[in-house]
Write a protein that binds this ligand. Sequence first.
Ligand code: DAK
Length: 262
Amino acid sequence: MNYELIVTRTEGPDARKAAIVTLNRPKQLNALNDALMDELGHALKAFDADEAVGCIILTGSEKAFAAGADIGAMANYGFADVYNRDYITRNWEQIRGVRTPVIAAVSGFALGGGCELAMMCDFIIAADNAKFGQPEIKLGIIPGAGGTQRLPRAVGKAKAMEMALTGRMMDAVEAERAGLVSRVVPLDKLMDEALGAALTICSHGQPSVMAAKEAVNRAFEGTLSDGVMFERRLFQALFATEDQKEGMDAFVNKRKPAFRNR
Ligand code: DAK
């Protein structure tokens, strides 16, 4: 597929590299439309299927990660248009099926669907100019891609409710304090920091990386006891991998592990 609305590249050693997907509708502040979401879903699936890709970074421009769904494209839709065609949902949530870790590297605006897209990634590293918000209320709608569900889980009910009802934006410092982002870095260091984290993830054994992602995600889906049992079984299962033997032998013998992702 030839991409027009995203740009993709890889970095790092051929055997275990990071993929970088950059949203590329700069004039519209990366407003998300069907065509862009099709391209994004396609790229994510392709990188997820590539065994040499150990981590994916999703990013935007300095000014905007994404300023939300394309308002002009939505403006004239009626209920039948969005419901019958399953507006956006059809190609929106593909990121949730990706097993490779996905880091959102956010600078500038992450609003509406842009904030929801960032929250669908496994964690967010924010530049110091990042601004997060769910301003849909100002358009006569509410968040439609998980914002009312993921934002309260990330920052608690009080802040999420205030943001959903007023449309107020959160700056990077507040977002880190509230737990929405893992850390804040200077704008000019954003990609270096995200790439550093991605290549660190790439250097670990793939089965344990995927198990860790699945287990942490489980914390948001069910009860604590179910989550702990799920974690316990994955933990035990990892003792069947060559990487567990390699990782522990390397530690005991004071050498670097050479994981084989098996
Ligand atoms: N859509 C389309 N164009 C947008 C846009 C957007 N969301 N945001 C910005 N742009 C365009 C502007 O119209 C402008 O275009 P020109 O006038 O140059 O042609 C250009 O980007 C630059 O924007 P501004 O001139 O406004 O730049 P400023 O720096 O003054 O302001 C801003 C930046 C981000 C504060 C402002 O542009 C703004 O408030 N933008 C709208 C933010 C917003 O309301 N976002 C939420 C959209 S609703 C669903 C999934 C998702 C969704 C719904 C359903 N399903 C799964 C069912 C999501 C809904 C939304 O995101």
